[in-house]
Design a protein around this ligand. Structure first.
Ligand code: SF4
Length: 541
């Protein structure tokens, strides 16, 4: 059957058709649609259907990774999805899952965001695969993304290791026709591992597992060399070679098109790591003197190649300035890099500036607006007041018209940075964090505040959802007050307000009282995101 699918949807459908039993994820652009697609397909099946797939948003990426490892432990196929910075949060579980190995197939999808369309950095998740010493797949188009999910689960079970599948924004969020299989694979039956010692990382067992992982590296390289997803084509002018990875291969094909033969470069397409060393050796043996590396993200392959090819071979790419050092690749940047190397010229195309810049802003009527309006007024009563922000729609409070936030680094950092500032003598020190971000990574920071009686005011802007990524369930909905009390915040200093213009005076008064309190306070500003509210009201009609 043929479907028009986003890259994310192709990954999801591929996982479903490969016999998936559970998906564990925390929402984050550009990965969110994978889990949403699986949730939707489960709802269509009906709740009584056999062979259901577990799919519920996790509290954060670490709990997601651990949940998936538990499902894999029981012999089932499990999928973990996150955006690239989520890899930092799940890194402990991810690195150690490489040491335990897997029982049922375990695939981790990391969606990178070069150019930082909706992220705080453009780190490259391929480093994590290398760090953990496990194979990585990087599809070059949507069909490959679908096909690779079957391959990834099979590979994971045959190598007994997690597999990292890395995509980037354009792959995740662009559509293409994808041909799917007619009959999905059955789910694995429940079967705990025969040797549970593999999953007990006491040093004596862990050393043995790690030695096995080190020993497996040569086989992982051989698997890459033999993979159907890595191809080498010798050109008519093999002195010049192009190495492409992931979606860069698509861009190259778009630019070179029918001129490929005329240009004559050899082309090595890499979509499975570790690097296929035999194919690289072949490229060099065929006479490659100059290799241009095209890869989305950081210059991972470009750096590694320098250690694999003779020093007489020039390796070019992002590090040499032949391609932009940062940001996404585009067909145009690929074309520009090819021009000096091409045997025939490809006429440059100009990219018309079709889209007028639209700075992001909080929705009109959003509760975050009323929360910031009150907070700004109270903060202005204290010279030098500092407000530490966090990751969510409310990060836009840093921009016009509020200009309210003085720092925003990563999930949960608002509370701990406000604490650190207060520890240093700052007064008043505010933290602003959303409900979903609070349960993701803020709760432990609040416990630190309570334990040292830090003089901070924490505002939890509770919109009852994960608003920034489109309104997914938030793990703490209905439980935030109890969580704060359970963490030890004094009951008199867990306050709840409704952020509406008509309550402005009351909110300011609550904030003033909590600023005056010498200790840790939490003010929960609770009003549903108006986007999810609209959807809920529509669904009720
Ligand atoms: S999506 Fe919801 S939470 Fe985000 S700005 Fe809009 S109304 Fe506010």
């Amino acid at each position: 059957m043929k479907h028009l699918l986003l890259g994310d949807e192709a990954i999801a459908q591929g996982a479903i058709d490969a016999g998936l039993s559970g998906v564990y994820a925390y929402p984050g652009t550009p990965s969110t649609e994978i889990t949403e697609y699986i949730q939707l397909s489960e709802r269509r099946k009906g709740y009584e259907a056999k062979g259901r797939i577990f799919c519920q948003w996790a509290t954060n990426e670490k709990t997601a990774m651990e949940g998936a490892l538990g499902m894999s432990y029981m012999g089932k196929r499990a999928l973990v999805c996150m955006k690239h910075v989520g890899m930092n949060v799940c890194a402990d579980a991810f690195m150690n899952a490489a040491i335990t190995g897997v029982n049922g197939g375990l695939v981790v999808v990391a969606a990178d965001d070069p150019s930082m369309h909706s992220s705080q950095n453009e780190q490259d998740s391929r480093f994590y695969a290398k760090f953990a010493m496990i194979p990585c797949l990087e599809p070059s188009n949507q069909q490959e993304a679908y096909d690779m999910m079957h391959y990834a689960f099979d590979l994971s079970e045959s190598l007994r290791t997690p597999i990292l599948l890395r995509v980037t924004t354009r792959m995740a969020h662009s559509r293409a026709v994808v041909e799917t299989i007619d009959t999905p694979r059955e789910q694995n039956t429940l079967a705990a591992p025969e040797n549970t010692n593999h999953f007990i990382l006491l040093p004596a067992f862990a050393r043995k597992n790690y030695a096995e992982l080190v020993e497996a590296q040569a086989y992982f390289v051989q698997t890459s060399d033999e993979s159907q997803y890595n191809t080498y084509t010798k050109g008519s002018n093999p002195k010049k070679a192009i190495v492409t990875t992931g979606i860069a291969y698509n861009y190259l094909m778009e630019v070179i098109g029918e001129r490929r033969e005329a240009n004559g470069e050899s082309i090595l397409k890499i979509t499975q790591y570790p690097l296929p060393e035999a194919l690289i050796e072949q490229m060099v043996a065929d006479g490659a003197e100059e290799i241009l590396v095209m890869e989305e993200g950081q210059p991972v392959v470009e750096e590694l190649l320098r250690g694999l090819v003779p020093s007489t071979v020039a390796v070019k790419g992002r590090l040499t300035g032949d391609l932009p050092r940062m940001g996404e690749l585009t067909p145009d940047s690929v074309r520009d890099a090819l021009l000096p190397n091409s045997l025939i010229a490809i006429s440059p195309k100009s990219v018309p500036e079709l889209v007028v810049g639209r700075p992001p802003a909080l929705c009109q009527g959003c509760g975050h607006r009323d929360m910031y309006a009150a907070l700004n007024e109270v903060a202005a009563e204290h010279e030098g007041a500092k407000i530490f922000g966090d990751i969510g729609c409310y990060t836009l409070g840093a921009l016009s018209p509020f200009h309210a936030i003085h720092a925003c680094v990563e999930m949960g950092a608002s509370i701990t940075m406000a604490k650190g500032a207060a520890d240093a003598g700052q007064f008043p020190s505010f933290a602003v964090i959303g409900d979903s971000t609070f349960t993701h990574s803020g709760m432990t920071g609040l416990l630190d505040c309570v334990n040292s009686k830090a003089n901070v005011v924490v505002l939890i802007s509770d919109n009852l959802t994960t608003g920034m990524t489109g309104g997914q369930d938030s793990a703490g909905t209905g439980k935030l007050d109890a969580i704060c009390l359970g963490l030890g915040v004094e009951p008199d200093h867990v306050r709840v307000v409704v952020p509406l213009p008509k309550h402005m005076e009351e909110i300011k008064q609550v904030l003033r009282e909590e600023v005056a309190y010498n200790g840790t306070s939490v003010v929960i500003a609770r009003r549903e995101c108006i986007q999810t509210l609209k959807r809920h009201l529509k669904a009720k009609k």
